[in-house]
Design a protein around this ligand. Structure first.
Ligand code: G1P
Ligand code: ZN
Length: 543
C-alpha cells in the first residue's frame, strides 16, 4: 500500500461554525474539499502521528465514502488506532462517550446534525477534543488557519475497509477497530438511570412513541427501549438510518416532527412522545396534548434529576445558553444550585462540565445534556424523562402543571426567518445594536424596556471572552427578546428571534404561547423592523 501525496490549494471558507464545518454535500464531494479539511484538522491538532481517534457519523449521504477517505488519510499519516462505529455510524453523544472512555486524542464526527441529508442537502465534519466535547475556539481557529495554508495531503492507496461488523484490521501501520456503535453507550445509560423501574413502567402498559426520524438514533433506541427496557416492538418508528433520512428533516421540533405531534395530539395518544435529530444529540419531549418546550424540559430535569440513580447526590450546578428561557434559573435559585449563562453552542458548556461547576446543561434548541458526556444527548434526555415518570407515577401534563405551580411559567417561542439575504440580515442586527443604548427606558407594545445589551461571555474557567453573542432586550414583568444570527446555516442568513414572557398567575398557565407572547412578537418586529427590512411577514419556523 502506497502513501500518495496529493498537491492541493487552500479552499476558501473552511471555517468551522457553531458546530464544525457544514456545507452542501456536493461541496464536500468536490475535488479535494473533504481531504483539505481533514488535513487541516490533522495539522490543527499537531498531526495524526501516533494518535488514537474515534470516527463515525449519522449515516447521511456521503457518510460511508467520507469515512473511508478519513481512514486512509489517518493511516497515511501514522495514526496508531482509529475506533470506528460499525457501518461508520456513531451518534454524536456515543462518539463523545467513546472519545472519553477510550482515552483517545479526539474524534471526527460526520454530521450536519438536524439539517436534511442527501446529495443536494447538507454534510458536515466536526472535530471533538479528548474531553469528548466540540473543539473550542482556539482549536477551530488553528484548524481554519491550517486550511488556509494547506498545500498537500497524504492518503493511502488502498481498498475500502470492511466496516460492516465489529472487529480489528490494519490499514498500513494503523489499527482500525470497528465497534458496535450502541454497546458502550447503552451501558452508560444503564448506569445513570433506573432501568428496572422504567422496565416496570413499560410492563405496566405505559405506551411510548419514539420517532428516530430515519436518523442515527434508530439502532440506539431500538436496542435500549425495545431491547433492554422491554417496550413493545413498534415503539420506535422511523428507526432505520437512511442516507436521506427518508426525506425527513431530522430536526425534532413541532414543525419537522409533525407526524409525532399529530399522534400525540390525537385521541388515544401514547403516554410519551419523543424524537431525536440526525446525529442524536437533540431531543423533543411531548406528552398527550402537551408539548414540552426544551427550555421547560431543562427546568423540569434540573428539578427532578435526583430521582435518577446517576444524579442521586444532586446537581453541582446548571447552565443554559443565553437565549434559552429563564425557567431553569428559577429552579437553580430555589434549590441553591450554581447557575451559568453561556453563549449559544454546546462548546461553551465544556469548561464548566470539566471543572465540575455544573452537572446539567441545555439549550432552547432541543439540546439537553449532562456531565456524562461532553455533547448534548437526545436519548439520554428521553431516558431521564422516563425515569422521572416512572419514579413519580405522574403523567407528562401533571409534571408540567406541578412544575408551573411551583415555579411559574415562562412562555417561550423562537421565530426563525430563514434564507435571508446576508447583507440585509447583517444590517438589521447592526442597526439594532447601535440603538441598544437608546432603547432602554422606552415602551414597546405597552411594555417598558428595562435593559438592552449585546451579550458577551467571560469563561470563568479559562478566562476566554466571546463577544457579539446576540442582542437581548429585557422588559418589565419578565418579558425578553433576543436577536441572533444563526452560525450553522449553509445558505444565506437565518435570523433567530427568541421570545419569552413570565407569569405566576395559575389562570394563565394553559395559554397558547403564541397568544401569550403576542406583545413580545409585536415588540420584536417594531424594534428590529423585521417585516419592513426582509419583506417577511411571518417566520419560517416557530418552535
Ligand atoms: C443552532 C442552535 C444552537 C445549537 C447549534 C448546534 O445554532 O441554535 O443552540 O448549539 O445549532 O446544534 P445556530 O444555528 O443558532 O448558530
Ligand atoms: Zn444534532
Amino acid at each position: 500500500m502506497d502513501v500518495i501525496t496529493v498537491a492541493t490549494d487552500p479552499i476558501e471558507g473552511q471555517k468551522p461554525g457553531t458546530s464544525g464545518l457544514r456545507k452542501k454535500t456536493r461541496v464536500f464531494m468536490g475535488p479535494h474539499y473533504l481531504e483539505n479539511f481533514v488535513q487541516a484538522i490533522f495539522d490543527g491538532i499537531g498531526g495524526a502521528q501516533g494518535k488514537t481517534l474515534v470516527l463515525g457519523g449519522d449515516g447521511r449521504y456521503f457518510n460511508d465514502r467520507a469515512a473511508q477517505v478519513i481512514l486512509r488519510m489517518a493511516a497515511a499519516q501514522g495514526a496508531r488506532r482509529v475506533i470506528v462505529g460499525a457501518g461508520a455510524l456513531l451518534s454524536t453523544p456515543a462518539a463523545s462517550n467513546l472519545i472519553r472512555t477510550r482515552r483517545t486524542d479526539g474524534g471526527i464526527i460526520l454530521s450536519a446534525s438536524h439539517n436534511p441529508g442527501g446529495p443536494d442537502e447538507d454534510f458536515g465534519v466536526k472535530f471533538n477534543t479528548p474531553n469528548g466535547g466540540p473543539a473550542p475556539q482556539d482549536v477551530t481557529e488553528r484548524i481554519h488557519a491550517a486550511s488556509m495554508r494547506v498545500s498537500d495531503y497524504r492518503i493511502l492507496e488502498s481498498q475500502d475497509i470492511d466496516l460492516s461488523r465489529p472487529g480489528e484490521t490494519t490499514l498500513g501501520a494503523t489499527t482500525v477497530e470497528v465497534v458496535d456503535p450502541v454497546a458502550d453507550y447503552a451501558a452508560l445509560m444503564e448506569r445513570l438511570f433506573d432501568f428496572d423501574r422504567i422496565a416496570a413502567l413499560f410492563a405496566g402498559g405505559f405506551r411510548m412513541r419514539y420517532d428516530a426520524m430515519n436518523a442515527v438514533t434508530g439502532p440506539y433506541a431500538r436496542a435500549i427501549l425495545e431491547g433492554r427496557l422491554g417496550a413493545p416492538e413498534g415503539t420506535v418508528v422511523n428507526g432505520h438510518p437512511l442516507p436521506d433520512f427518508g426525506g425527513m428533516h431530522p430536526d425534532p421540533n413541532p414543525i419537522w416532527a409533525k407526524e409525532l405531534m399529530d399522534a400525540m395530539m390525537a385521541e388515544g395518544a401514547p403516554d410519551l412522545g419523543a424524537a431525536s435529530d440526525g446525529d442524536g444529540d437533540r431531543n423533543m419531549i411531548v406528552g398527550p396534548h402537551t408539548y414540552v418546550t426544551p427550555s421547560d424540559s431543562l427546568a423540569v430535569l434540573a428539578a427532578n434529576a435526583h430521582l435518577c440513580p446517576g444524579y442521586a447526590d444532586g446537581l453541582e450546578g446548571v447552565a443554559r445558553s443565553m437565549p434559552t428561557s429563564r425557567a431553569v434559573d428559577r429552579v437553580a435559585q430555589a434549590r441553591g444550585m450554581a447557575f451559568y449563562e453561556t453563549p449559544t453552542g454546546w462548546k461553551f458548556f465544556g469548561n464548566l462540565l470539566d471543572d465540575g461547576r455544573v452537572t446539567l446543561c441545555g439549550e432552547e434548541s432541543a439540546g439537553t445534556g449532562s456531565a456524562h458526556v461532553r455533547e448534548k444527548d437526545g436519548l439520554w434526555a428521553v431516558l431521564m424523562w422516563l425515569n422521572l415518570l416512572a419514579a413519580t407515577g405522574k403523567t407528562v401534563p401533571r409534571v408540567m402543571a406541578d412544575h408551573w405551580a411551583e415555579f411559574g411559567r415562562d412562555f417561550y417561542s423562537r421565530h426563525d426567518y430563514e434564507g435571508l439575504d446576508a447583507g440585509v440580515a447583517g444590517k438589521l442586527m447592526e442597526d439594532l445594536r447601535l440603538r441598544l443604548d437608546d432603547i432602554a427606558g422606552t415602551e414597546w407594545g405597552g411594555r417598558m424596556v428595562e435593559a438592552a445589551d449585546e451579550f458577551a461571555y467571560d469563561d470563568p474557567v479559562d478566562g476566554s471572552r466571546a463577544e457579539a453573542q446576540g442582542l437581548r432586550v429585557r422588559f418589565s414583568g419578565g418579558g425578553r427578546i433576543v436577536f441572533r444570527l444563526s452560525g450553522t446555516g449553509t445558505s444565506g442568513a437565518t435570523l433567530r428571534v427568541y421570545l419569552e414572557d413570565y407569569t405566576d398567575d395559575p389562570a394563565r398557565f394553559g395559554e397558547d404561547p403564541q397568544v401569550a407572547l403576542a406583545p413580545m412578537i409585536a415588540a420584536a418586529d417594531a424594534l428590529a423592523g423585521i417585516a419592513a427590512r426582509t419583506g417577511r411577514t411571518a417566520p419560517d419556523v416557530r418552535t
